[in-house]
Design a protein around this ligand. Sequence first.
Ligand SMILES: Nc1ncnc2c1ncn2[C@@H]1O[C@H](COP(=O)(O)OP(=O)(O)OP(=O)(O)O)[C@@H](O)[C@H]1O
Length: 226
Amino acid sequence: MPETTVLQAGGGLEADGITVSFGRHRVLDRACLSVRPGEVLGLAGPSGCGKSTLARVLALLLKPAAGTITLDGRPVTGWRHRAPQRTAIGLIFQQPRLAVDPRFTLFDVVAEPLRAARRPLDRAHELAEELGLTPELFGRRPHEVSDGQLQRACVARALTLEPRYLICDEMTTMLDASTQAHLVGRIEAYRERTGAGVLAISHDAELLHRWADGNVRDWQQTPAAA
Ligand SMILES: Nc1ncnc2c1ncn2[C@@H]1O[C@H](COP(=O)(O)OP(=O)(O)OP(=O)(O)O)[C@@H](O)[C@H]1O
């Protein structure tokens, strides 16, 4: 995979001292992680160690009990009513069927962030084409398309507002090798064009090492901050 291209001084999506508990189960204990602009950082670790939980905190979807998220030098605030910085971070989930409204067409899925931001919808068509979604597929609903086709729409949706950071949480699990290569290729093209930072989470060690060019952290071996 190509080398990192763009670096901005002081930039990055940084988690510092993040603590999250569900009931009595402490899933993250003062966890620290940072993704630099232009970088692909791979995140590995056994099932249940908290990778997706950290992804949701980094995407500003889950407020931690303690710790801070800093986005390009600015601490995130306003968790209660959705942090204003949220659109700077795109998240692609493992299971696209859980990530979309089943009543939406694929066009609605891709256009949703543009509508919410009151932006022109042309970009949705461009991205659909780039992701290999035909106009015919665009009119179908999630139950009328394959997982791979739906995940293409979710990747397009994550790119519509040109996020500065992308979090791909097991994005290609359960997809065939050619769809996996296509989606990773699209995200790499986006990263090279924009200098976005990418956090790639996967159980597939080979994919992670190839995609992140060896820049992989094993969460199990990541000590909590002192
Ligand atoms: N909303 C929730 N309520 C209660 N427990 C949760 C919740 N979300 C996650 N957990 C628990 O937190 C732990 C970490 O889950 P998480 O999904 O972050 O792990 P993971 O490392 O991403 O696992 P996997 O690799 O299997 O996706 C698990 O024990 C899980 O059951």
